[in-house]
Design a protein around this ligand. Structure first.
Ligand code: PRX
Length: 658
């Protein structure tokens, strides 16, 4: 691609040119370059994919014979563990630090910092793969579960499973027993890896106890491996549970397991994510396309280089961590930080001290984290030296311009690229962002920017027609992209229905968006019944289900309401069972109940007790109406309501709360 026409724009002259691959290009030029990338069709991705190491090259770039079950790089054979570990351990990066792990416990400084080189990682991954294969007989076609805190064993197990072609499913360690059980059952996992406990804000989360509870209702788990992290006593069931260090002590130090030659379109992992209705969906990601998108975005969005120290502050339990802690940075041979605990523990500047002590140069964090830092005040940042940082992005929810400006000034010193990368569990990797590592367009506070090269994003109206500029509509992806899901695990019909039926032939994202006159996308938030609480994706339906499991609750409606720090929190309207007395402590009890049964990521502004909920004549709760009342916006058409008095009921409850 030609770079001759690049224009140096005064608009972004605050960015130091030496921090960029090329000079900043105008949005018009970018859109021409982007158009050319699309004109090439799927072949555009070949040059990116060729930079990966394939055991066998692909024969067909995109198999679109059975839409929407698209297959990328068909005929190719590859292995994600080989790409992330072997390539570097067998090359000049073997003694380069891959992971700088920092444990949460702190007394006058971090109590534990461990560095693993690529050779260390290679050894560990091989030994664990050996164990999984020889001791537990796992191989291609099997699935296993991982429920671990942010300790090195978490990426090691993921990479060991990938090495064998075993699909894994990671459950975020902030989820509770029910979530673990549901996921293990749906994934039909045979083995579950967990820890005795995990550190969170100075307290131990009893992971093994949670697993014991979960395993009361799982059908397929035969064995449990327990990593000793916190050291407390846990129950070990004979014949089922074993400590990792004990079984691993029998595995030779130099154990080697040949990486399985998996097909490009074979599953790498299943990751469960919330939708509008029903239980979370198991999004299945394959190997070849997924790794190709990660390679592209590590280069284009993060401009990753060997001198970098990369830090993504997400948890590996979510897709951000899968893609941009485990597979992306390690594939690029980067040095990265893996931090176990809360960013503001024991003091609000824990995260800044990590940046300073480890010389973090590329920082990937979230709007909710930034708003929390804002709340604490800038003095926590200014007392540290953050000059190592040369590039930043945020992810997970829209970033409000004030938060963007604040962070750009304090950490970015108004001279480094700072973007908001849009993507989701389903997309596998970043699809919309400014790309300082290739052609960067001028930044605008709060925007996501244009789609990356090769990706066709658009904004549609209800009829499936593109909307004019500056008009709100639904975000869609009009063409297949590498990194797209293979399917929903064990439910291909749902995959078609949820993503490909609203606008046939086009991937429906579920977000509202606006495209501006420069072709920048501004993602506005979810268009469905999905909440983003502190960036965590939670279905309102899941919180309602958790509430109605409480013996006092007959019915519940949950909606999202804006929150200055978390972006959004839940607000619940509950009908109590007949005969339940409204005790003053009942609200607290319900909140506690949900947090115990779902996970502590469920945060409520308030729980209201009402006598009626707005429902359609067929009995469906009209959350749209509830949300409108709760957020003080237009209620709109309520002619399909069974009983209009129910709206008043919600209003009254809210007034009493104020
Ligand atoms: O609403 C969008 C929001 O997060 C949703 C996807 O959530 P999840 O699958 O958990 O993945 C989060 C991290 C990749 C999207 O539908 N979202 C994500 N990033 C952004 C965003 N909204 C606005 N700006 C972003 N940068």
């Amino acid at each position: 691609m030609t770079t001759q026409e690049e224009i140096n724009l005064p608009f972004n002259e605050m960015i130091e040119p030496k921090l960029l691959r090329h000079r900043v290009v105008s949005p018009q030029l970018y859109s021409e370059i982007h158009k050319r990338s699309l004109d090439q069709g799927p072949q555009f991705w070949e040059s990116v994919a060729r930079e990966l190491d394939w055991f066998k090259p692909w024969e067909k770039t995109l198999d679109d014979s059975n839409p929407p079950f698209y297959k990328w790089f068909v005929g190719g054979e590859v292995n994600a563990s080989y790409l992330t570990v072997d390539r570097h351990a067998n090359g000049w990066r073997r003694n380069k630090v891959a992971l700088i792990w920092e444990g949460e416990p702190w007394s006058d400084g971090p109590k534990e910092v461990k560095k693993l080189t690529y050779l260390d990682l290679y050894r560990e991954v091989n030994r664990v793969a050996y164990l999984l294969k020889e001791e537990y007989g796992l191989g291609k076609g099997d699935t296993m579960g991982i429920y671990l805190p942010m300790i090195p064993e978490l990426p090691i197990f993921m990479l060991a499973a990938a090495r064998l072609g075993v699909a894994f499913t990671v459950v975020f360690s902030g989820f509770s027993a029910q979530a673990v059980a549901d996921r293990m059952n749906d994934a039909e996992a045979k083995l579950l890896v967990t820890a005795d406990g995990g550190w969170r804000r100075g307290k131990v989360v009893p992971l093994k106890d949670i697993v014991d509870k979960a395993l009361e209702s799982t059908k397929t788990i035969r064995n449990v491996l327990v990593v000793r992290r916190t050291g407390q006593e846990v129950r070990m069931e004979k014949g089922r549970d074993r400590y990792l260090h004990e079984v691993l002590s029998k595995v030779p130090q130099n154990a080697y397991v040949e990486p399985e030659r998996v097909k490009s379109e074979d599953p790498l992992y299943i990751l469960y994510t919330s939708g509008t209705t029903g239980k979370p969906k198991g999004i299945v990601h394959g190997v070849g396309g997924y790794m190709t998108l990660l390679h592209a975005t590590m280069k284009w969005a993060f401009d990753i280089r060997d001198e970098d120290v990369f830090w993504c502050t997400a948890d590996i339990g979510w897709v951000t961590g899968h893609s941009y802690i485990v597979f992306g940075p390690l594939m690029e041979g980067a040095t990265e930080v893996l931090y176990e605990g809360a960013l503001d523990y024991p003091e609000p500047d824990r995260w800044v001290s990590i940046v300073e002590r480890h010389n973090v140069s590329v920082l990937y964090t979230s709007p909710t984290a930034i708003r929390t830092f804002m709340k604490y005040g800038e003095q926590w940042i200014t007392k540290h030296d953050v000059s190592s940082v040369r590039l930043m992005h945020s992810v997970g929810e829209p970033i409000n311009p004030e938060a963007w400006r604040w962070f750009f000034k304090l950490v970015g010193k108004e001279r480094i690229p700072f973007g908001s990368t849009w993507w989701m569990t389903e997309t596998g990797g970043i699809l919309i962002t400014i790309t300082p590592g290739s052609y960067m367009v001028p930044m605008k506070p709060g925007t996501n920017g244009p789609p990356i090269l090769g990706v066709a994003a658009n904004v549609y109206n209800d009829e499936g027609k593109p909307v004019p500029e500056e008009t709100k509509g639904y975000l869609v992806i009009e063409r297949p992209w590498p990194g797209m899901p293979l399917t929903i695990h064990r439910d291909p019909e749902r995959y078609v229905k949820v993503y490909w039926s609203k606008f046939p032939g086009t991937f429906y994202v579920g977000d509202y968006a606006v495209k501006d006159k420069d072709g920048y996308f501004w993602i506005l938030g979810r268009a469905d019944e999905v909440l983003k609480i502190a960036g965590h994706r939670i279905g309102t339906y899941e919180l309602e289900s958790a509430l109605i499991q409480h013996p006092a609750v007959a019915e519940a409606a949950v909606v999202g309401v804006p929150d200055p720090v978390r972006g959004e929190v839940a607000e619940a309207f509950v009908i109590l069972r007949g005969g339940t007395s409204v005790r003053p402590e009942l609200k607290e009890e319900l909140v506690k109940f949900v947090r115990e049964n779902y996970g502590p990521i469920a945060v409520f502004r308030e729980i209201h007790f009402v006598n009626k909920l707005p429902k359609t004549r067929s009995g469906k709760i009209m959350r749209r109406v509830v949300r409108a009342v709760a957020t003080g916006s237009e209620v709109g058409d309520i002619t399909s309501l069974e009983d209009e008095a129910s709206v008043e009921e919600i209003r009254k409850a809210l007034q009493e709360f104020k």
